[in-house]
Design a protein around this ligand. Structure first.
Ligand SMILES: C[S@@+](CC[C@H](N)C(=O)[O-])C[C@H]1O[C@@H](n2cnc3c(N)ncnc32)[C@H](O)[C@@H]1O
Length: 299
């Protein structure tokens, strides 16, 4: 369900072969990962951007699909969106079969070049630095996936994101304490500006802190490249992430009770760690109630 479409995988394969990256890609990927771990976000060279597309984009695409699916389940929708720090266009690919009017902003020339190879030349892509971006337009939705993490002045960037949006703001981040800290900062700025969290819960004043950060996980099939880049043998990978979707309108879909860890299955019952207004609570449910519930669902 969260796999990249086969035409995109085909183009990625071709890119790797055309640029003769196969021999060095594992080394380039390991250097890139090290830079990300050390929060060292230099402008990428073309070969690094190809390796990003092969090694990281399948996961960011999967996370984006998951978040869009959760959003759809609320019955809300959007018809236009600005994708900030769009990279090689994971959101654009995820919206491939929709009628949504999509615009992107991406400062890296290498990323934009691959974006065009994967998505064609039709999309409007602003090439400037977001922090200098001026727009007369407001968008119905603004999307920032794995972007805030790369920005030094997070508060200013977040304010600007909310200012550009009329209805919804999506923030996706790595499933790490740092990523969660960015989600908390986004909640703080949102509250100051009169926005409301819609998903994964409607709690403005989050009770979870760094030692127990709120994150989710999806299981992704490993592509041939993925396995080679990471020297990995398992046919799948678990991608951990944090996210929050804000709405301009107050909502009370999910006040709390979000399942925030992988449920522990026992014979005849399942144990859930659930986020409530008093913090994390452990709840046991019989199979009749709990069997189908998953990490990220509401109990
Ligand atoms: C980790 S990538 C995420 C790409 C994409 N959103 C995804 O989820 O796959 C972050 C992207 O943000 C871009 N970026 C970082 N700072 C930026 C800025 N100030 N203005 C515009 N783009 C920026 C980077 O060039 C990079 O392509």
């Amino acid at each position: 369900m969260f796999d990249l479409p086969s035409d995109i995988l085909f183009i990625l394969d071709e890119l790797s072969e055309t640029y003769g990256l196969d021999k060095n890609e594992a080394r380039t990927y390991s250097k890139l990962s090290e830079n990300y771990r050390n929060q060292n976000f230099r402008d990428l060279k073309f070969s690094q951007a190809v390796v990003y597309a092969l090694g990281r984009m399948p996961a960011t695409y999967g996370v984006i699909k998951y978040v869009l699916k959760r959003f759809e389940s609320t019955g809300e929708n959007f018809t236009n969106i600005l994708d900030i720090g769009a990279g090689v266009g994971a959101l654009k690919i995820a919206l491939q079969d929709s009628e949504v009017n999509y615009e992107a902003l991406e400062k890296s020339e290498a990323m934009r070049k691959i974006f065009r190879k994967l998505n064609g030349d039709d999309s409007k892509i602003y090439s400037e630095d977001f922090l200098k971006f001026c727009s007369k337009n407001k968008y119905q939705s603004v999307f920032a996936s794995y972007f805030i993490n790369e920005i030094k002045d997070k508060k200013s960037a977040l304010k600007k994101i909310f200012d550009l949006s009329k209805k919804y703001v999506f923030i996706l981040e790595p499933g790490t304490p740092n990523g969660f800290r960015n989600i908390l900062e986004a909640k703080k700025v949102a509250t100051e500006l009169g926005w409301y969290p819609l998903l994964p819960c409607a709690t403005r004043d989050c009770k979870l802190f760094e030692k127990d950060w709120c994150h989710f996980s999806i299981r992704l099939p490993r592509t041939r490249h993925h396995a080679r880049l990471k020297n990995a043998s398992l046919p799948y990978e678990d991608e951990k992430f944090c996210y929050v979707i804000f709405s301009k309108k107050e909502t009370n879909f999910f006040e709390n009770n979000t399942i925030v860890k992988r449920p522990i299955k026992r014979s005849g019952h399942t144990i859930f760690d659930v986020c409530t207004s008093d913090g994390i609570r452990r709840i046991v449910q019989t199979d009749k109630v709990g069997k189908k519930l998953q990490w990220g669902d509401q109990l």
